[in-house]
Design a protein around this ligand. Sequence first.
Ligand code: AMP
Length: 190
Amino acid sequence: MLNIVLFGPPGAGKGTQAEKTIEKYNLIHLSTGDILRSELADQTVLGLEAKKFMDKGELVPDEVVIGMIETKIDRSTDTKGFIFDGFPRTTAQAEALDRLLLKKETGISAMLMLAVEHDELVKRLLNRGKDSGRTDDQDISIIENRIRVYNNETAPLIDYYKQQGKYHAVNGMGTIEEIFQRLCYTIDNL
Ligand code: AMP
């Protein structure tokens, strides 16, 4: 299987690139942010509980997102692999993901880190906020908090995957197509 962690700060383009990548390589896209937003749209208990964290740009508790990913992986039989987008975001999540994949006799093939400058992230998020109506993309203090949470809690995963020899940095500046070509080049040379 080809199991890829698409990594990077909020606004790095993970969702956009994941959509293109799943199409080319025939994979399943698992985005914890998308799953949480769909739970919220359905007004489920999980969605309403998660909203309290999402509105502040804080992380939803590990056990909640790990449980969600476990359900999705278990239900996805017969796939060539997964693109994980916005997950894992903490060491506990990365360890849980390794355990879940091991149960399926597979593992993470690579972690691809989309590197984007801070000001470009803020610009992209504010633009997305206008287009999508996402409230956490419309408020500059929530945006800055999400970038701070990424730097403090999520960026340490770079070392986690470096130690496993799975870390690959990809330049995330430029057009969608340019970035996609860089991602494909990295995947094809794994
Ligand atoms: P995203 O769509 O990835 O930007 O996620 C939007 C929000 O959902 C984040 O700011 C968090 O509040 C929450 N979230 C998404 N994925 C995770 C995760 N893996 N762990 C904790 N919280 C998450």
